[in-house]
Write a protein that binds this ligand. Structure first.
Ligand SMILES: *Cc1c(COP(=O)(O)O)cnc(C)c1O
Length: 425
């Protein structure tokens, strides 16, 4: 037995499924997870001494690579001053300012502890501001695990067998309207049938939780217009895309101004952080100024703010995003060539450093398209790549993330591994 196997066997006795978040259990690909020992740069090492080039990047946060020195130093220095205050501290003000600098649609922002909390709170604000009950979401988009958003919710829910979660009474999702992504007619119909009832639309503007797919030409503009016309709010869940597809997220890359935005992952530099923000008049419905309640004992935590500030400063002041575009191109071209050489049909889809390889023949525009991909082939590919020392997310419905720490040599080694593995598929 390897040390990972021993730890997993032990873990199963204490933790449901042996994991603290379901996709980590490898159910989407079969087998068992390895246990991490440490991570640095683009690499992660397991407790048995195996080394992997990592494309999971702790599911998105590690855009600068693991254990970036600026983040580690900032967290250590913050810890020396105390781990939590429960009363305002300066780093919270600096963080709010920095988020606003990076994402101009954000006029006011509140910090929370996860992407789930950010999305849950944003829809509460939208409902409170508009005094309307209904929320439109899209199938395949994941907005965390709050009850009313856990409908047709992407990767973890898809591969762990419950697209709609147990433990959520039907009444709790009665006001959630689920539509296919990239389908304008469906949105127009929903507004017609629910006139005056729709508080807002929440979406991943570049979905990354059922694989990665892009909004069709004009689709985001259409959503901006139809929400405005109907007095509803447009909510961009940029928990995955924020600070990644560009410093200002999808809204900068595509030039759309949402009313509210949700953040997580990168904003915490690897610590548990989320945030939601947007128009000042909308955010001002929050307590203590307004009637919409939202709170958090550890929100704005000084260690978390220190890590997040350090990460965002590096992103804002450097050229990370330009470099990531070039790395993304290199990886995508190499993987496509490897597949072509092996005669395996693949579709690669990408926004900057966030990409996905579908074993499919047709481009993917929504969840139904993503479901057409060959998942059995993905399982073989995943395990083949792992054996070659490349760690991909253990699900056919996850994005692969490049970081600033991935070198061209890492990318070329990954392509070489893919050439070997594709031959065996
Ligand atoms: C990861 C993710 C969330 C949930 O964030 P957590 O920090 O895991 O709660 C919400 N929305 C999107 C788009 C995500 O990718």
């Amino acid at each position: 037995m390897t040390k990972s196997e021993q730890l997993f066997a032990e873990s199963l006795n204490h933790i449901p499924g042996g994991v603290n978040s379901p996709v980590r259990a490898f159910r989407g690909v079969g087998g068992q997870p390895f246990f991490a020992q440490r991570a640095e740069g683009a690499r992660v090492w397991d407790v048995d001494g195996n080394e992997f080039i990592d494309y999971v990047g702790t599911w998105g946060p590690a855009i600068l690579g693991h254990a970036h020195p600026a983040i580690i130093e900032a967290v250590k220095a913050a810890a020396d001053r105390g781990t939590s205050f429960g009363i305002p501290s300066e780093p919270e003000v600096r963080m709010a300012q920095l988020v606003k600098d990076c994402v101009p649609s954000v006029e006011k922002v509140r910090m929370v502890n996860s992407g789930t909390e950010a999305c849950m709170s944003a829809i509460r604000v939208a409902r409170g501001f508009t005094d309307r009950p209904k929320i439109i979401k899209f199938d395949g988009c994941y907005h965390g695990h709050a009850d009313s958003l856990l409908v047709k919710a992407g990767s973890g829910a898809l591969t762990c067998g419950n697209p709609d979660s147990g433990g959520v009474p039907a009444e709790f999702t009665a006001h959630t309207i689920v539509l296919p992504f990239n389908d304008r007619d469906a949105v127009e119909q929903a507004f017609a049938v629910n006139a005056g009832q729709v508080a807002g639309i929440i979406l991943e503007p570049v979905p990354g939780n059922a694989g990665v797919y892009l909004p069709r030409e004009g689709y985001l503009e259409f959503l901006r217009e139809i929400t405005t016309t109907n007095g509803s709010l447009l909510i961009f869940d940029e928990v995955m895309t924020g600070f990644r597809v560009s410093l200002g997220g999808v809204q900068e890359r595509f030039g759309i101004t949402p009313d509210l935005s949700c953040f997580g992952k990168i904003i915490g530099g690897g610590l548990p952080v989320g945030a939601f923000g947007g128009r000042a008049d909308v955010m001002d419905v929050l307590a203590p100024d307004g009637p919409v309640y939202q709170a958090g004992t550890l929100s704005g935590n000084p260690l978390a703010m220190a890590a997040g500030l350090a990460a965002l400063e590096v992103l804002k002041n450097g050229t990370v995003h330009e470099q990531l575009e070039a790395k993304g191109d290199r990886l995508e071209a190499g993987l496509n060539a490897a597949a072509e050489k092996a005669g395996i049909p693949v579709i690669t889809q990408r926004a900057g450093s966030m990409s996905c390889l579908f074993f499919a023949e047709q481009p993917v525009h929504n969840l139904a398209d993503a479901m057409q991909a060959d998942r059995e082939r993905f399982k073989k590919y995943f395990h083949g790549m792992l054996a070659e020392g490349v760690y991909l997310a253990p699900s056919a419905f996850e994005a692969a993330f490049l970081s600033a720490a991935h070198t061209d040599a890492d990318i070329d080694a990954t392509i070489a591994a893919a050439e070997n593995v594709m031959e065996t598929l």
